[in-house]
Design a protein around this ligand. Structure first.
Ligand SMILES: NC(=O)c1ccc[n+]([C@@H]2O[C@H](COP(=O)([O-])OP(=O)(O)OC[C@H]3O[C@@H](n4cnc5c(N)ncnc54)[C@H](OP(=O)(O)O)[C@@H]3O)[C@@H](O)[C@H]2O)c1
Length: 299
């Protein structure tokens, strides 16, 4: 199997790479699946010709895992065209290429396709209604993928991703918590955090599954995050508790902390489908947070 992973320098790309390295060492069988990791230097998703050029000049792949995305939620309000190219048009192009190569495609999307007004966890069939540019471009990517690839793809929506890598809320809190005595954090936005290693593990389990290997499997959307719900305020308090950082956290409202992009209020997602179809379990969010802080974000 030849598997291409885009976004090699991102949180999810690096987390998949970490797990592949561990797996290869344990099984001592580096050739069972051959992974190729690419970043924007090799495959620039903002350029149609860069995408064509990359696939024209490489052997065919069996699976493409698209971890790359334009993820700067606030900046996207000013760079809507670029965000749309990366999150929508490039995904459409990847889907056409996957079709041509008879490859399967795993694409990652976001809880921000929802408006956050529901009082129940969102299911995969609930109405989407993104309230910022990032969410709109990610939803357009989902729709284009489904239109071009009605079979052989899956879309995994995830939320509040953090890891040892890159920029994320956990690392920002740890940095600010050491610099300041107190911090104001939003308490009226609720979601489920996702440790990127757990999402990477879920993706690798799907790759190995019989259900995914079936040729012509219908393209479907799945939700994945860690279990449980939390506000950014409670999440920040737990981060400081685990890391033993002495910093007072004050709850504030989203209104008191205006950002260029609007944020959905409640983006809890129902994960029953991914459990039922792929037997992917999702552990409560505190355990993975502890692991992540212990393993790397403090260094
Ligand atoms: N982070 C979250 O909280 C969150 C929440 C919900 C859903 N998601 C989704 O989860 C997936 C993985 O997110 P993540 O947290 O791993 O994001 P990330 O850390 O921001 O990584 C995204 C990667 O995409 C790459 N990229 C951006 N523009 C590109 C371009 N024009 N060409 C090629 N590569 C490009 C970036 O490259 P550089 O390193 O060179 O900038 C980066 O390595 C994405 O689909 C995202 O939309 C994330």
């Amino acid at each position: 199997m030849r598997i291409l992973v885009t976004g090699k320098n991102g949180q999810l790309g690096q987390s998949i790479n970490k797990l592949i390295n561990i797996e290869t060492k344990i099984e001592n069988n580096p050739n069972s699946n051959k992974y190729t990791f690419v970043g924007r230097e090799e495959l620039d998703l903002s350029s149609e010709s860069s995408i064509s050029h990359y696939f024209d000049n490489n052997n065919k792949f069996d699976i493409i895992i698209n971890c790359a995305a334009y993820t700067q939620v606030d900046k996207a309000e000013q760079e809507a065209e670029l965000a749309n190219q990366v999150n929508h048009l490039a995904v459409k192009q990847l889907a056409s290429i996957a079709n041509e190569q008879q490859a399967k495609l795993i694409h990652v999307s976001t809880d921000y396709v929802f408006d956050g007004e529901s009082d129940k966890p969102y299911t995969e069939t609930d109405k989407t209604n993104p309230i910022n540019v990032y969410g709109k471009t990610k939803l357009a990517g989902e729709k284009a993928l489904q239109a071009v690839m009605p079979t052989n793809a899956i879309i995994i929506r995830t939320s509040w991703v953090y890891s040892e890598y890159g920029n994320n809320f956990v690392k920002t809190m740890l940095r600010l918590g050491k610099e300041r005595d107190e911090l104001n954090v939003v308490s009226d936005q609720i979601g489920s955090p996702t440790y990127a290693t757990d999402l990477a593990n879920a993706i690798l389990n799907i790759v190995q599954s019989i259900e995914f290997k079936e040729v012509g499997q219908k393209t479907q959307v799945y939700h994945y995050s860690n279990a449980g719900k939390v506000s950014w305020y409670d999440f920040a308090k737990e981060i400081f508790k685990i890391a033993k950082v002495d910093c007072k956290v004050n709850p504030i409202t989203m209104q008191q902390y205006p950002m260029p992009a609007k944020r959905p209020k409640n983006t809890l997602m129902n994960k029953d489908k991914i459990v039922k179809v792929f037997n992917i379990l999702h552990s409560p969010w505190r355990g993975p947070l502890e692991l992540c802080i212990r393993d790397g974000t403090q260094g």
